[in-house]
Design a protein. Structure first.
Length: 232
């Protein structure tokens, strides 16, 4: 993670995403810009939560880990998205792990500053309320339903999510073959079955498996298979 005090870039993101009005002057003075590299953990499940982040560039992956150590992917998010909002309101530790899929820029503000300057500022509170209730609706409608999709569709959606970022045409992610056991956990299947599905998608000409990585050969075909990306 890198922190910058580049106010010009910060103001650009505030304007581009039309969120200047949700902050009053004291809050804006407390905002900082943070950048995260691809694969970097932004916040980890169970750790103390201290910052509210606003995703303004790039793509993030959100997943949860069970007591047995199994991971399950919940969603991928692109701007505009909040991280740490529920934790701020509830006063709890980080609920889920958030990881940068591509290079990511986030606006961040410490909870102390939010409590001091934003606890009675209506535009910010309304924005927070709308964001949290939207998350609740999405989770209620999709989490259990997504797990009912066949592994083929879950894998297709996962590959689309980690391989492409619409905000960065130069980003071409690849799935490392070393991470396949983690991927099996993330999409909720066995390692053996995952390999069978990968082989099937290869024979269909949708993906190509090499020694070190898997990459998407036919994005349109993979999108047709997924119908719509269940993780986004």
């Amino acid at each position: 993670m890198k922190q910058t005090e580049d106010k010009q870039q910060l103001n650009y993101y505030l304007h581009a995403h039309q969120i200047e009005s949700i902050f009053n002057a004291p809050l804006i003075a407390q905002l900082s810009l943070y950048s995260f590299d691809q694969g970097e953990i932004i916040c980890a499940q169970g750790e103390p939560s201290q910052y509210l982040y606003i995703l303004v560039k790039g793509k993030i992956k959100i997943y949860t880990t069970s007591l047995e150590g199994k991971k399950l992917i919940l969603s991928f998010k692109t701007p505009l998205e909040l991280v740490g909002d529920i934790e701020y309101v509830q006063g709890i530790d980080i609920i889920n792990t958030v990881e940068a899929v591509s290079s990511v820029n986030m606006i961040g503000i410490h909870y102390d500053s939010l409590g001091k300057y934003g606890s009675d500022y209506t535009p910010f509170l309304q924005f927070l309320l709308k964001t949290i209730t939207r998350k609740f609706c999405i989770k209620c409608n999709s989490l259990s339903f997504n797990l009912m999709y066949p592994v083929e569709i879950r894998l297709a959606s996962y590959l689309l999510s980690i391989s492409f970022d619409e905000s960065d045409a130069h980003f071409k992610g690849r799935l490392s073959t070393n991470s396949l056991r983690d991927v099996a956990d993330l999409i909720g299947t066995s390692y053996r079955h995952l390999n069978r599905v990968i082989h099937h998608l290869c024979t269909e000409g949708l993906i190509e498996r090499k020694k070190e990585f898997i990459h998407v050969k036919n994005r349109e075909g993979l999108s047709d298979l997924a119908n719509h990306n269940i993780y986004e």
